[in-house]
Design a protein around this ligand. Structure first.
Ligand SMILES: *Cc1c(COP(=O)(O)O)cnc(C)c1O
Length: 440
């Protein structure tokens, strides 16, 4: 196998980018800070593959961080966008595709009302405002290492890029970003994921002040963490306090089953947040749930939330085409599960053969290989024990062999419907070499 060491074009673009954009990227994890080396600038994407500016082709496990469940440049999505494009790109007035996508989302997820926004960040931020408006309470609860976008009150013990760029200071005290006033952070109470007793205790003491508990039903943003049945039961108990349960399904929605983690794990949240897949690769977020709660949103109710480009026709077209494809062929979920399971097994085997201690957490098409000895990794604290230097070396060895893994120990990878046995075989062969400490 050839080594893809020629990165002249990416290096040149990165140098130009750094001169005009902070860190040279528009979202921190893209900068490769925790794995080193030059971030690859992508020229095009097709199916399960990315092609960079130097002409190298990679098997893609980023999936644009989640949206591309059908693979890149899927013809149905491309054609739906082209069709919408021919009729104008933004109206600032309602149009039919918004209604169609809302109907489809309600039908698939069981939500009674849904409101579209432009990103996952907007979805969670708006859902929390709604929860506060509905309950008349100030406090919210989130879990250590869960990431819900970058709204001020959610940048407290947050996962994703905040873990990746922490440079060893994992578990940094709240807030996790400069620029978030302590007063905002003080309204966010933090509990440990997968610790039902801690959640019960917090709600028993302060439930009457807590508007909502927001959670990742399967965590992707600390690496993959899978909830225990006991923890899921404790989450549902928060409702007894008049506290709303908000499932942040921005990553898991339409991925872990047709109706997301809720369908797969039997969750019954009051509100859910979506993003990523719901926009089919264009910028869309959404929040929805019970009508009684959702009807507090303006103009029906007193909780204000708006967006110049919300319900954008191109974005709605891409989301509609994606959800319709998934609905037309639900067997995709069996294929994603089979690929995910085989990849997890293959990685465990290759690592064991090379004597490298890893723990693979996998559910459906989400997977993280933590560089820690085999054990039960259920919390952010356990995940944080990973050997990030060993992960970084492995990541680079994979990249050099044409496999684009998520450039951080604390992220999930994403498998798409375009990944076949060919990609699986090539990935495991590359992993086999990478665990042995070489790329060739
Ligand atoms: C990606 C993500 C978000 C933020 O979505 P953006 O579109 O990046 O703002 C929120 N919650 C979860 C669980 C996510 O994975």
């Amino acid at each position: 196998m050839t080594t893809l060491s020629q990165t002249a074009q990416s290096e040149a673009l990165f140098a130009r980018a750094k001169a005009v954009t902070p860190g040279g990227v528009n979202s921190p994890v893209r900068a490769f800070k925790s794995v080193g080396g030059v971030p690859r600038f992508i020229a095009s994407a097709q199916g399960a593959y990315l092609t960079d500016a130097d002409g190298h082709r990679y098997i893609d496990y980023l999936g644009s961080w989640g949206p591309m469940i059908l693979g890149h440049n899927h013809p149905a999505v491309r054609e739906a966008i082209a069709e919408a494009l021919a009729t104008g790109t933004s109206f600032g007035a309602p149009s039919a595709r918004e209604v169609e996508l809302a109907e489809l989302v309600c039908q698939i997820t069981g939500a009674e009302r849904v409101r579209f926004v432009n990103s996952g960040t907007e979805a969670t931020m708006s859902a929390l405002r709604l929860a506060r408006g509905f309950t008349g309470r100030k406090y919210i609860v989130k879990f250590r290492g869960n990431y819900h976008g970058h709204a001020d009150g959610l940048l407290v013990e947050a996962g994703s890029g905040l873990l990746t760029n922490a440079e060893g200071e994992l578990g940094a005290a709240a807030p996790s970003s400069a620029g978030v006033p302590e007063e905002y952070a003080a309204l966010t109470l933090v509990s440990e994921y997968n610790d039902p007793a801690a959640l019960d205790k917090l709600l028993a003491e302060r439930g009457h002040e807590i508007a909502a508990v927001i959670f990742e039903p399967v965590v992707g943003n600390a690496g993959v963490l899978i909830p225990t049945a006991e923890f899921l039961a404790a989450l549902h108990r928060v409702k007894a306090h008049g506290t709303l349960l908000i499932a942040d399904e921005v990553m898991t929605g339409f991925r872990l089953s047709p109706s997301g983690a809720a369908g797969r794990l039997g969750l019954q949240p009051d509100l859910s947040c979506w993003g990523k897949i719901i926009g089919g690769g264009l910028p869309v977020g959404a929040y929805g749930g019970r009508a009684e709660v959702m009807d507090y949103v303006s103009p029906q109710g007193p909780v204000y939330q708006a967006g110049t480009l919300s319900g954008n026709p191109l974005a709605m077209a891409a989301g509609l085409a994606t959800l319709r494809e998934l609905q037309a062929d639900p067997s995709i979920y069996d294929r994603l599960d089979a690929y995910g399971t085989a990849l997890a097994e293959g990685l465990r085997g290759a690592a064991a053969e090379a004597g490298v201690p890893i723990t693979v957490n996998q559910i459906g098409s989400m997977l993280t290989a933590f560089f820690v000895p085999e054990g039960d990794i259920r919390t952010y604290t356990q995940a944080a024990r990973s050997d990030t230097a060993a992960f970084a070396a492995w990541f680079q060895a994979m990249l050099a062999q044409g496999v684009y893994w998520a450039p951080s120990q604390f992220e999930s990878i994403f498998i798409s419907g375009a990944h076949t046995d060919t990609e699986l075989g090539a990935t495991l062969e590359a992993a086999h070499h990478a665990f042995k400490g070489g790329s060739i």
